[in-house]
Design a protein around this ligand. Structure first.
Ligand code: TYD
Length: 213
């Protein structure tokens, strides 16, 4: 399914500590090299707009009701789609987003237990198009690894935000929901074995073909 012509929409996903942020900048540079006629727009969720970044600051620090959290994630996403993603895709750009809706299903759904029906409703609301299709990434790289390995990496790297303080069982549930989504939509996802070294992962990323003309 490509609801996004003439642009191309890529998202990076994975549990905290999987290493997606290590590769995303270099990947954008690779795209610029490979598709010199296209602009590459790097953005992130929650965030990506002035309001979205304010919501991000609240979401990553303040404790709140699970439904409030999901609604704010999708509120930030609504702005992001309107102000950044859709205009860029309409102009033929390549959009690379550090997380998108899969993260809401994985974290608020799998991790925290919000019923998937509610997430589906929010997704329809925020990503639904006039032609009945959903705005979705064309390609999603899922950096996958066991929760325990990710936790060990996180504890070395930085002081944790609200989500990163959650326990191992939480991250395992997040991972399983990501993997369930890969099974449900295998053509959209590229599964990246994030237990490998950065060099091996980079070699793999470079070789993934993209359906960009
Ligand atoms: P992350 O993307 O990992 O950024 P950083 O590398 O700066 O830590 O952090 C964003 C956090 O927000 C991450 O823990 C996942 C969470 N999140 C959700 O819970 N739901 C969502 O819909 C999105 C987009 C992110």
């Amino acid at each position: 399914m490509n609801a996004n012509e003439p642009g191309f929409f890529i998202s990076f996903e994975g549990i905290d500590g999987a290493g997606k942020s290590t590769h995303i900048n270099a990947y954008c540079d690779l795209l610029r090299d490979r598709f010199p006629d296209r602009s590459v727009v790097l953005t992130r969720e929650p965030g990506g707009t002035a309001l979205g970044e304010q919501l991000r600051a609240v979401l990553l620090e303040a404790p709140m009701h699970l439904e409030t959290e999901a609604l704010l994630m999708f509120a930030a996403r609504r702005e992001h789609i309107e102000q950044v993603i859709e205009p860029a895709l309409a102009a033929g750009h390549i959009v690379v987003s550090d997380r998108f809706t899969d993260a809401s299903f994985a974290y608020q759904g799998g991790g925290r237990g919000l019923p998937l029906a509610k997430l589906n409703a929010l997704e329809q609301w925020v990503q639904g198009r006039a032609d009945g299709r959903l705005l979705q990434p064309n390609t999603t790289f899922l950096f996958d690894l066991p929760g325990a390995v990710a936790e060990a990496r996180r504890s070395k790297a930085r002081s944790p935000d609200k989500f990163e303080q959650l326990d191992l069982a939480f991250f395992e549930r997040v991972r399983q929901e990501y993997l369930r989504r890969v099974k449900a939509d295998p053509l959209r996802f590229v599964l990246v074995d994030a237990t490998q070294t950065q060099e091996v992962i980079w070699d793999f990323l470079r070789q993934v073909p993209l359906a960009i003309r």
